[in-house]
Design a protein around this ligand. Sequence first.
Ligand code: SAH
Length: 253
Amino acid sequence: MVPLRETANSNMNGSATLDRIRVVLVRPSHPGNVGAAARAMKTMGVSRLALVQPRAFPHAEAHARASGATDVLEGASVWKSLPEALEGVVLAAGLSARRRELWLAQRSAREAARELVAAAGGGGEVALVFGTETSGLSNDDMRLCHLPVFIPANPEYSSLNLAAAVQVLCYELRQVAVEWQPPRVDCGEPATVDETEAMFAHLERSLGASGFLDPANPKRLMPRLRRMFGRVRLEREEVNILRGMLNAFKKVD
Ligand code: SAH
């Protein structure tokens, strides 16, 4: 099949960028939705599906709903936890129709697509994280995501079917990816989710040891610090500097 529109400088039809995007479904409960999500992804050239604790996988219903996208379904990776599924990811978008306290500014799907494609186009691994059909993403799940993202839908009925939400995001990503050109600025390597999580654990330990944070009454210090660092989008070298500083402070009386 020939693509409808392809330009000479169209970043190889965006495929190199789209290959660095993984779609993560957290605890999907209906196998049919997993299959339909695989189909939605394939129509937009996104192929990397990751499942965290799927209720049933593999499943005949998933295969039926995937239609011709069984390669995406069969290539899906299965994980015990979200942190494992996000290993190596430099930018994770958490999809939620809801708004919660102490989140970073929510982005629309379109705005998020630009940020995600810029990170993936620059060589980083990025993730779109979707929640379970009944209750969505938990606060713990969202804490691991840099970008809270919503699909601007009917405010009176804003919850899309899981696979429909995957379709909207993959569509937006594709539109941006085919046009994307690298910016002319020098940036360092972005830190991955696992590196920043290790830094937050280090920071929490150090704050506890210094007496600044009372582990029995932590209040909202860590969520606030996470939000502050979340606005910056740390580079790997900066994470190393911060951790080196924490180690150096241990030696100060
Ligand atoms: N009842 C759940 C929503 C389940 S829909 C709740 O109240 O959160 C399944 C998933 O699709 C959600 O977890 C979310 O990742 C995505 N989704 C559905 N509608 C969305 C919207 N309007 N904006 C962003 N994500 C949405």
